[in-house]
Design a protein around this ligand. Structure first.
Ligand SMILES: Cc1ncc(COP(=O)(O)O)c(C=O)c1O
Length: 371
């Protein structure tokens, strides 16, 4: 387990604010804000005033938040070809434009550790486009089946996630204009679509702001974000560094796959070897190139959590009627780790409010039998 990382300068860093993406999401069939749940039992345990859990177990028909990014990015990219270079067309308009265009439909290609690929496959189905989704063989049987059930062609490889991304990218490049790579991580020369994915995640934070206000919260003190390649954390840092009052933004990685905390400790991006984890969605070895400068400047703290801590958090949340898979529950485990490590540094007390992003439900990524 890596030592807790702190950046005392991060709260002073400022970012621009993105607006308007939520209007696109409202055009999607079945859009509704996911719930934010007040959890007084967790507040008592953590010794803070309030803990609110943003529960992403039912998001636009899928059990994880990822569709926010995939649907927005795919729609932005395709809309440009139909006379709308600066705005994602509403989904029904886009679907009609795709159908009218005739010719060979573009295939959407993505590598995934579960939720992103399912979201790309789902969006492809809504738009009437083919999808090809690549994943490592370590994905749970349920996650593999869910991707196939969306009608996608699947490619399973016995290699780590980072290598699957590479294989899918090469294949999409070889296919030329017949394929469009939709990856939720950026590298030099591939930045636009991953940035739109990050932009798509802004809806989650817009909703959370409104829900916290409804709950009577005026100051947020800490937000915990589960982290794989860091795109969601990038969206969190941008959001929470763009207004007045800035909560601590805490990244929580799996001990089995900790590229961000290792990179932050070293002060430069490094890839790390990864091993299998119940937190499948966090099983990535390399930080997104778009995320790195934002996290380096604006992320306050980073921790890792091990398998037992994440599994315990799944069950603790379940006991409170909060549906959280291991990636989502990792944030509870992460705050527990942070406070156990150095409570005074986080300066949280009875007046503080903590927001936990629970980014998937149990169905997205079921625990192994008996855990
Ligand atoms: C459920 C869940 N939570 C969190 C993450 C982490 O997001 P990112 O890879 O943008 O850091 C993922 C990524 O796949 C995920 O599936």
């Amino acid at each position: 387990m890596s030592a807790t990382y702190w950046n005392p300068e991060a709260r002073g860093w400022r970012s621009d604010r993105l607006a308007g993406v939520i209007a696109f999401h409202r055009s999607l069939p079945g859009y509704a804000a996911t719930r934010s749940v007040d959890a007084p039992a967790l507040a008592a345990e953590l010794g803070v005033g309030r803990v609110v859990v943003k529960e992403e177990s039912a998001r636009l028909g899928l059990p994880a938040f990822k569709i926010l990014g995939a649907a927005y990015a795919i729609s932005r990219a395709l809309s440009a070809g139909f006379g709308s270079p600066d705005r994602a067309l509403p989904l029904d308009e886009l679907r009609a434009a795709v159908a009218d265009a005739g010719g060979r439909p573009v295939r959407l290609v993505a590598a995934t550790d579960g939720n992103h690929g399912r979201a790309v496959a789902h969006t492809a189905r809504l738009l009437g486009l083919p999808a090809q989704i690549w994943f490592p063989d370590t994905l749970s049987a349920e996650a593999k089946q869910a991707i196939a059930d969306e009608g996608a062609e699947t490619v399973e490889l016995a290699i780590p996630y980072d290598d699957v991304v590479h294989a899918a990218t090469t294949s999409a490049q070889d296919a030329g204009p017949d394929a469009m790579l939709v990856q939720d991580t950026a590298w030099p020369g591939y930045e636009e679509i991953p940035q739109w994915i990050v932009d798509g995640y802004s809806t989650l934070f817009e909703e959370a702001d409104a829900q916290l206000t409804e709950l009577g919260v005026t100051d947020l003190d800490l937000v915990a974000v589960p982290v794989g390649v860091g795109s969601l954390a990038q969206a969190a840092v941008r959001h929470y560094r763009s207004g007045v009052g800035a909560p601590i933004v805490l990244s929580v990685e799996a001990s089995a796959a900790p590229p961000i905390i290792e990179s932050l400790h070293r002060g430069e991006p490094v890839s790390v070897p990864t091993s299998v984890t119940v937190m499948s969605g966090l099983n990535c070895g390399t930080v997104s190139g778009n995320a790195w400068p934002i996290l380096h400047a604006g992320l306050d703290a980073a921790v890792t959590v091990d398998e037992d801590a994440a599994i315990r958090a799944v069950h603790d949340l379940e006991a409170l009627d909060i549906d959280s898979g291991p990636c989502g529950a990792a944030t509870l485990a992460g705050v527990r780790t942070l406070l156990a490590d150095d409570r005074s540094r986080a300066a949280l007390g009875p007046d503080s409010t903590v927001l936990l992003l629970s980014t998937e439900g149990r169905l997205a990524n079921p625990l192994p039998a008996g855990r």
